[in-house]
Design a protein. Structure first.
Lengths: 487, 184
């Protein structure tokens, strides 16, 4: 992996002696002066070539793990929620932890695809497709947990406001119902956004397809796209609006998730900083997962010219930024507990660092989420993929621990000492969670096998020759001393 | 219009070597007064809408209507059951205007949901998609339009269209592989 090297663009080295003030040049987003067809060939090559052996091995392992998870879900549904370790006083534990963990991971995909699009961050084009796919698969994993936690899954339709012959309606003032709306809207809008972005690339696959079945399938999903500018005009507007809609949506989803806790009376839960704290944590954990998936994918498929060290560097900076926000929130929680003078709140935070779950806090929150990302202050660590990968793994684990501490830490020692207890996960708890990783990875492996994992039509835009005012070598454009273009 | 071999003519197309040359050609075709023509590129070219003389897409108007519909739906959905059909007084929240903010999350989510679906389907409808058959696909070079090719096609339906003039314009603007595209 050449992750540890940076390239100085040719523009900086040449012609520096000119007395004319030159604009600062940027490191190119696609390295080695690749052209349009190279991008098409390289990215469709991942799909069109035979499936490599590592793919079959990882797919087999992932689907086996997924099957174990599905078996556990089946066992839990057929036997009852009692197969999980939930009991008084801990009525929410791994299930809700896993839900918040997975839904948080999804947020990075939407941040990359929507917020960075509105902020005109062109580097997003190399990573947005895979990150959005990750969002969808993470939300699928997340939705499993509250879905089966309701107990009688076949009654889950009661969460939807459907007229029924009992005359019962959901409570629209409940954060749990807001969650149903937020998560289902988030999934639907993410699918639309992802698919809209895929249409031009599906057309590329359709035009390159060699077998009839591929031509038919890619053709159907490409909806007859032909790259017409009269179509691009509406397409770009739709894409912009979807980005504009997804931006407040993604911020709302984790805010609503945090309302599940913040509107309750449990010490450490009923806190007004929860919405921004949770959103920052979601982006923090999500970017770590994006890098966890993309660094190996880039190495395997030799995509270093498209996902460059610059991309990893920028994502590492976002991890540092959001990690700092999260760490600030951790500190502020302790301050508020002390400043509030509330004995239950104070005890709950004392219990967080010195109670029976002490090491979750010291390892998960302090080391993984606060200390490890501090390495990203240094450029040479941001450009070293091994360090980046290590930190991302810490963050992945740390964010799971954080949610566990918030949820179980608040519940296991509540107002009545006589009802204090601990949470003990059962094998069903553990294997259901492990199984969701199998589901997630199986879906992601299928994605990189059948769909372009890098948005080809978007990466092409960031090449210099995509600019309508770009002078190609054959066209005799001369740049005069004043910087004005003369033909 | 038909070719000597009896095929109906869809239009006449040319391929350009770069986005920049396609952009310049589009300006010339626009200035020549053609109305039924199009350019095809693997990615949207910045400024091409102006070069073709197209205004801003009015898809946003459809999305506004969709968003308002979503908001209204959410208002009916929350007020209807909570105030009239199935009044609930829970966690100390009576039925009055002071408790309306508790409905805002659902109003927000449904506004976004309806807007997003409107944006997607309006985009398809306004582009005339899905359309799995199009005469332009009869041109064998055209498969490069989704890879690295830049194409300009003037339709025979254009009132100003004559094969000679269109061909001349495409040639002068630097078009290559000028081809008459058949309708069937």
């Amino acid at each position: 992996m050449n992750g540890a090297t940076t390239t100085v663009p040719d523009v900086i080295r040449g012609e520096a002696s000119s007395s004319v003030e030159k604009p600062l040049s940027r490191v190119p987003l696609v390295l080695n002066k690749r052209n349009f067809s190279w991008i098409t060939e390289r990215i469709t090559g991942v799909i069109e070539g035979p499936a490599p052996r590592w793919w079959w091995v990882s797919f087999a392992v992932s689907t086996m793990v997924a099957a174990i998870g599905l078996f556990c879900l089946g066992y839990q549904i057929s036997t009852g929620v009692g197969t999980w370790g939930l009991n008084h006083p801990v009525g929410w534990a791994w299930d809700i932890t896993n839900f918040v963990f997975w839904i948080g991971i999804g947020h990075a995909g939407t941040l990359i695809s929507a917020i960075l699009f509105l902020l005109r961050q062109k580097w997003r084009t190399s990573i947005n497709r895979a990150a959005e796919a990750m969002t969808l698969f993470a939300v699928i994993c997340a939705a499993i947990f509250p879905g089966v936690h309701v107990g009688r899954v076949w009654m889950a339709w009661f969460m939807a406001p459907l007229p029924n012959n009992y005359g019962i309606w959901p409570n629209f003032r409940s954060p749990l119902l807001w969650d149903v709306f937020a998560v289902s809207t988030y999934f639907s809008v993410s699918v639309l956004f992802w698919y809209t972005g895929l249409i031009p690339d599906l057309a590329t696959l359709r035009d390159r397809a060699t077998s009839k079945i591929k031509k038919l399938l890619y053709g159907i999903f490409a909806v007859g796209w032909r790259g017409s500018n009269r179509n691009w005009r509406h397409y770009e507007m739709a894409y912009l609006l979807l980005a504009g809609l997804s931006t407040p949506l993604v911020l709302s989803v984790h805010s609503v998730v945090s309302f599940d806790f913040a509107t309750s009376v449990i010490p450490t839960w009923h806190s007004t900083i929860f919405p921004p704290y949770f959103v920052a944590g979601a982006i923090f954990g999500g970017f770590a997962m994006v890098l966890t998936l993309l660094i190996p994918a880039r190495a395997i498929y030799k995509l270093h010219d498209v996902i460059t060290p610059q991309h990893v560097d920028k994502m590492a900076k976002i991890i540092l930024l959001t990690g700092s926000i999260v760490s600030y929130a951790y500190a502020m929680e302790f301050f508020v507990a002390w400043y509030s003078g509330n004995q239950y709140e104070k005890y709950a935070f004392y219990n967080r660092i010195l109670g029976p779950y002490w090491w979750y806090w010291w390892v998960g929150m302090l080391f993984c989420n606060f200390l490890a990302p501090q390495l990203f202050w240094f450029k040479r660590f941001r450009f070293n993929v091994y360090v980046v990968y290590f930190v991302c793994m810490c963050v992945n684990a740390g964010m799971w621990f954080e949610r566990f501490i918030i949820i179980v830490g608040g519940l296991h020692r509540d107002f009545l000492p006589s009802s204090w207890g601990m949470f003990h996960p059962t094998w069903v708890d553990i294997w259901t969670f492990v199984g969701t990783f199998g589901i997630f990875l199986s879906l992601f492996l299928l994605f990189i096998r059948f769909l372009p994992m890098i948005a080809m039509s978007e990466v092409k835009i960031v090449l210099p020759e995509a600019d309508p005012h770009h002078a190609s070598p054959g066209e005799h454009h001369v740049v005069a001393a004043g910087g004005k273009e003369r033909t | 219009m038909r070719t000597p071999s009896g095929n109906r003519v869809y239009g006449i197309g040319a391929e350009y070597p770069s986005a920049a040359s396609l952009y310049e050609a589009a300006k010339r075709v626009r200035d020549a007064g053609f109305k039924r023509w199009d350019v095809h590129s693997p990615f949207p070219i910045h400024g091409m809408d102006d070069a073709m003389g197209l205004g801003k897409s009015w898809l946003s108007a459809a999305v506004l209507i969709g968003g308002c519909t979503g908001l209204l739906t959410a208002a009916l959905l929350t007020f209807g059951p909570s105030w009239f059909i199935y009044p609930l007084v829970v966690h100390g929240k009576p039925i009055d205007w002071k408790t309306v903010p508790a409905f805002f999350p659902i109003m927000f989510e449904l506004t976004v949901l309806f807007s997003a679906f409107t944006a997607f389907f309006a985009m398809l409808i306004m582009n005339g998609l899905p359309r799995w058959y199009h005469p332009i696909f009869n041109w064998d070079r055209f498969s490069r339009a989704t890879n690295d090719g830049f194409f300009l096609v003037i339709e025979a339906r254009d009132p100003r269209f004559t094969e000679g003039e269109a061909q001349q314009l495409l040639e002068q603007s630097g078009g290559r592989h000028i081809t008459v595209v058949h309708e069937d």
